[in-house]
Unconditional design. Sequence first.
Lengths: 646, 568
Amino acid sequence: MTNLPLWLIPLFPLVGTVLLGAIAVISSGSKKGPAEGIVGFLAVIFPVLAFASVVLLAWGMPTEGLRQTLCNWIDIPLFKVDIGFLFDGLSRIMLLFVTGIGSLIALYSIGYMHGDRGFARFFAYINLFLFSMIVLVLSDSLLLTFLGWEGVGLCSYLLIGFWNKDLSNCKAANKAFIVNRVGDIGFLLGMLCLVTVGGSEILNYDSLSAFIQMLIAGGHVEIVLPLLSLAGLLFFIGCTGKSAQIPLLTWLPDAMAGPTPVSALIHAATMVTSGVYLLARMGNLFSLLPVVLLIITLIGLATAFWAAVAGLFQNDIKKVLAYSTISQLGYMFMAAGVCAFDASIFHVFTHAFFKAALFLGAGAVIHALAGEQDMRKMGGLLRKTPVTACVMIFAFFAIIGFPGFAGFWSKDLILERLYTSGSLGPIFYGVGLLTAVITAIYMSRLIILTFFGSYRGSKESEEHIHEAPASMLLPMVVLSIGAIFAGYFWADSLGITMFKDSLAPVLSTAQSGVAHVHVNPIIFAGLGTLAALLGMFIALKVYGNARVPAAKGSSAPEGFKADWTFFFDTIHKFCGIIPVAVLAWIVDMVVEKILQAAQWMVGAIAEILGDGVATFQVRKVRLQLALSVAGVAILVAVVLLTGGSI
Amino acid sequence: MLLHLLVLAPFVAAILMVATSKEDPKSSSRLAFLFGVAFFAMSIALVAGGNQATDPMEWFRIPGCKGPVYYYLYSHGLGAWMVFLSCGLSLVALITARNTFEKNYRNFAIGIFSLMGAMNGTFLSADAVLFFFFFEAMVIPAAVMIAGYGGKERKKAAMTFAIYTLVGSAPMMVSLWYLLTVADNSLLLSFAIALQSLPAETQFVILLSFLLAFLVKTPIFPFHGWQAITYAEAPAPLSAILTGAMSKAGVFGFIAWILPIFPLSMTVVNVMLWLGIATAVYGGLLALRATDAKKLLAYSSMGHLGLAVAGVFSLSEAMLPAVLVLLVAHGISAGVLFYLAGVAERVTGTRDITLMGGLAGKNPVFSTLFGFAAVMALAVPGTAGFVGEFTVLLAIWDMGPLPAVVAGFCLILSAAYMLRFVQKVIFGKPAREYTEGKRMTALEGSTFGIMVALLLTFGFHPAFITNSLHLFDEDAIEEMSKLSGQEGEPEQALPASDSLSGQNSEVSESAEEHHPMTEKEIAQLDSTLAEAGFDESERAALIQQMIAADAAQNGEAAQTNAEATENE
């Protein structure tokens, strides 16, 4: 079955999109929505089919990967690009968890979206998202990746603003799209920059690698290094947009306005990691650019730390998880910045499981509390929703890096690689470890406030608290199993390097430049464990018995907490939004008015002239005006022409 | 034959429409629909048929001029696609107008057909005077229709539109007349030859007068004064045609008349490039603040066409197909958005987007289409707009990263205003109570759906557009030089015909001053050589040679200059 065509994988969700979209549009006129059973079946079956074909392909994939060119896309002078797919070690892992987690979350959504009027529309978007995401990771050229890249951004927009009656959701959606667009333009200009360096064919990943190897072999790297660095930087801007890194990170917390399964799928497990994927995919290029790599590490470091602290201040359960996602993405970028692309992809992989489990768990909690998201009104849910609580607690152990759980392996790997990365390594390592402590604190706070203590909501709402239905619990349980065991694909200290080996054919050249210093992994594991335990201990001391302040109207943080949380929003406001608004105001109220005035002044002069003549002609002033202006223009042209020709 | 039909038959159709009843919109709309479909079919045949030309017929002679004016039609890929737009959009306009105008549909159809004929004539003329005739003729039916069917300020809008565009092209008329006194005839080739013998200042004045006409028509900042009010006050179906097809006459003029005729200096090229980019930014900023739905779309069109003009004057080799895809994509997407805005106006009874809202819940099918069309206008990959804008940016990048970065900024702006537009129109809750007008009919909906589908098709397979592009093939050049040969010296035609059939950029490059090679150029050369398969040492040697030759050339040039001054 390995001769399965690659285009089949994106085709399945595309068919799903078309079918569900048609159902959504056709049924939109009727009072009652379409039957949820059929829609739910269609919604899940296509991602599952895609997952099945990925598994089949992954099983028999040759080491060098599969390549298939479908057809020509753009063919004009100076620019030729084909539509083609590349299935290798990197895209295999990405596809496996994208389609796998996608299917699980589609299943979960059937329960979560039950009774919603836009049931079919929701799943049409989800399928469209999966299509775009598959194209993003499966494509063999940057341009086709860009199609997926903007496609997932578009789906993210559609799904954040899914409940579009509420304008604040729409605003969050617009913000997400526009901030992402800024990044996308970086991506686009990066492509243009690459094309000037090596022609349109180096947009293809294989040709790009070949081109770079040729540069290295010929010792010509210095000639094109400035242009390549520019391109790398532009691509990185694209990554900061999609993966919510400083400075383009403000959209992700707002994106929590969307339905919770969307947050789990798009804003935690898959879409936001595409920036990390792109860095790994172009690892050959980035490993040549020391300046860009340093920038990536610093940005990743700053983002991880800043978001972790911001996560401490949140009261909304989903916002905590959003900042935690940003922070974890920071870890992945740090790893990519020291050329440890395999470690960053490994963290993408484990993070997908435990963060999706956390989000789905949060979704189940919100579902149980009929839409309440403020943690100050929760508490004591351990007894009421035991399965959800267990799932979330397992995922919690994974994210703080408790020994044996998935996050322990991947986070330690990243920290280890940071430490051995060079002269600045120990500093990176120190900040990374500190961030790990803070991670443990805010995550413990979330668990304590939600599941322990006593219930702080109103009495009548307590009656209705109920465990989620089975279709929601099943995916959560599966994901929590992943959160526990996903780390064992690459456990250096146990001698398992399966994950690393499967990525090696793709990433080994990019990582060959990094010297591997052998250090004692036990010390790192010990320090990592210590960080997790310390964080838990601090959280227990601070939040364990403390009185939780009563919830006010809004769940947004206040005072210095708000300053910290909305720091980058403020920067965006002063550096982006206000200048553009002022510019637009100037253009609209000043320049445009001056132009109008000039235009009407010419008209008025003509009218006055026309009036003079009009006394002995027909009284059609406007006609006069037209004729006179035309006449003046003609005269001027004639004078200029004859003047010129003499 | 096809060409004659496309240009002349719309006028015949307009006359035939007179025979139908003014009181009975049903019968007249049926006839108009039939005609519209026929013309649309013909335009598809034209696009599919490749380059074709009619036999040149002598039309008239202006006393005192050297040569005759011909009735000579010629279709190349660019013109054919513009005709496709004009016929297609007219057909949709005829369909959607049926639900908008309760009575007097007949006169509207007459206007649409005459406008269509004039537009087709503009895009298919091979004779400069014929081109100008149609170029001016477009204004009249459009202005009359605005005055007859427009919004509250329709009189003012019609006057502004007519006066502005007519005045804008008046100098061009004079220049044409002047050129006719120098050139053998009014065909492109003889103009190009005649211009070479004129002094530089005269050339420049003539160039300015041509540029002005096209700048106003497109419109390009700062000559856009007529646009917003015209598009806003015109009935939506007409606005769609105006922006989708008629405004293309400006860009078309730049490509088909300015580039082949005039030897452009680098200053002019740079000024035009930056004017185009300034227009794109300007339009985007205005659209951010606009509250009138149709004005917003007008500014958005201005932004896209500014980008197209900037692309034209990048003079890159990739320019022509890139701009053509952009134009077709913009024609369809701006067209469908105007139609949809018209439907929204019909349903809610207002053009003010702050008074709309909540249509997603009330009219889900309409809103789906609206959202789709808006996304298409954002140039999301997979749509024709993306192919156009990306390749145009590629062409602009040739002129340096800065223009491309500014153009990229416009793409961000376009996302900002389009999403705001979508949010205000279809999302949220209705801003006020209103009695609902006539909803979108199934026929309208499916037509708009087809337009959106077309955008997707061209987005994934732009070869439909790019493959049909041969601006001036050998036959046409031959035909033109034959006509010139009847009266003048045929040998002069040869050098010019070379540059015409080749890339237009050569014209400008020859006029450019000689610069020493920059490091960037060397790097670029190096990479091009690398692509061509040279290995390292060969490349280094070649580059050394190039630099040496370059230096020698510069030295020589300096020497000759010095000698020349000595001789004087």
